[in-house]
Design a protein around this ligand. Structure first.
Ligand code: PEP
Ligand code: MN
Length: 349
């Protein structure tokens, strides 16, 4: 996506609740030039039974009605079954999104995309709730397999057992990995479902742009406190305008050639190479240790030694300004690999 098109904003209510509210929110959103698509949930995948599950075709008829007076508005809705796709398209919906719970199920993704074979509909693919890049990439591949070309990825965070700050933890490394694999797929961030509350939407949106995301999918409702679903995380159209006004859109490195960047990157490349050489040297020593242990009939894993090493590394790391989490993560990885090397499971030339 070109810089001039950023940020690409998809905004609209979590669920369509009435014609009046749909008209009100659409009217407000047409005044925000960055809004390219109005999102509207009409079939709501509720985790627990008994909640508001959307108004289905009735809501689609309202969308058609709004489009009669505002033909420039482009609507998108979530689809989770082949019938949803057929019904949505028959009511003139312009784009579709595959929700997190559907992306998690390749059978459903296959059925949903099959109905789209031969069309040119824009499809947005949200990540699955589990932190798994494969399901997300796989759903995008299934879209491509049926010939769809207009595809975007939407990062909506991941369901983790111990969520404190977020409703769905961002785990930015997962969308970054998707981007590495599929750099041509525009990527939006859904700060609403990550945050779960209005207060965090601004900072999450800026973080996403800082990471090179192309835009955002934001839940917007004319009266969030009265919303039937996700009221805590929906913002008003006015708050959306303020949010967009405050965002700083970052350029891609290609768009801002700067010699300093080139120099710094070669410095990084040199350091990375050094780190790898040091690791290789270390595993060479580990192999020698393995020989000694074998000769003296010692167990490969010595918990006391591992614990004292780790304590030393944590203390050194602290002195060097590195976080405990980072130092621990690196040395756990190195230690696990050392054990494998000692068991000769990883003997390379
Ligand atoms: C939604 O966007 O309304 C939604 C249900 O999101 P997700 O699939 O990300 O949970
Ligand atoms: Mn929602």
């Amino acid at each position: 996506m070109e810089s001039k098109d950023k940020p690409y904003i998809v905004a609209g209510p979590c669920s369509v609740e009435s014609l009046e509210r749909l008209e009100a929110v659409t009217e407000a959103l047409t005044r925000v030039p960055q809004v390219r698509l109005v999102r509207c949930g009409v079939w709501k995948p509720r985790t627990h039974p008994g909640g508001f599950e959307g108004l289905g075709e009735e809501a689609l008829r309202w969308m058609e009605e709004v489009k009669n007076t505002r033909p420039e508005v482009r609507f998108c809705c979530e689809v989770a079954r082949p019938e949803h796709v057929e019904t949505a398209l028959s009511h003139g919906v312009d784009a579709l999104w595959i929700g997190a719970r559907t992306t998690a199920n390749p059978f459903l993704v296959q059925e949903v995309t099959e109905v789209l074979r031969g069309t040119e509909v824009l499809v947005l693919v949200k990540n699955a709730p589990s932190p798994d890049v494969e399901l997300w990439a796989g759903a995008i591949e299934r879209c491509r397999t049926v010939g769809l070309r207009d595809i975007m990825a939407v990062h909506r965070g991941f369901a983790m057992l111990h969520n404190q700050r977020y409703r769905n933890t961002p785990l930015w490394e997962v969308p970054i990995e998707l981007r590495r694999r599929m750099p041509e797929v525009p990527m939006l961030c859904d700060p609403s479902h990550i945050a779960g509350r209005q207060e965090l939407i601004g900072e999450l949106s800026q973080t996403a742009l800082d990471m090179g995301f192309d835009g955002l999918m934001v839940e917007v409702h004319p009266a969030p406190e009265e919303a039937l679903t996700d009221g805590r995380q929906q913002i008003t159209p006015t708050a959306l305008e303020e949010l967009i006004r405050g965002l700083v859109v970052r350029q891609t490195a290609e768009a801002t050639p700067d010699v300093r960047l080139g120099l710094l990157r070669s410095e990084i490349d040199r350091l990375d190479r050094q780190m790898l050489e040091l690791c290789a040297e270390r595993f060479g020593v580990v192999r020698k240790i393995a020989d000694v242990k074998r000769e003296s009939n010692m167990a490969l894993f010595q918990p006391k030694r591992w614990d004292s090493l780790l304590q030393q590394h944590l203390a050194d790391g602290k002195e060097l300004g590195l976080t405990e989490e980072f130092v621990k993560g690196i040395f756990e990885k190195i230690h696990a690999e050392s054990i494998l090397v000692q068991r000769e499971l990883k003997v390379e030339s």
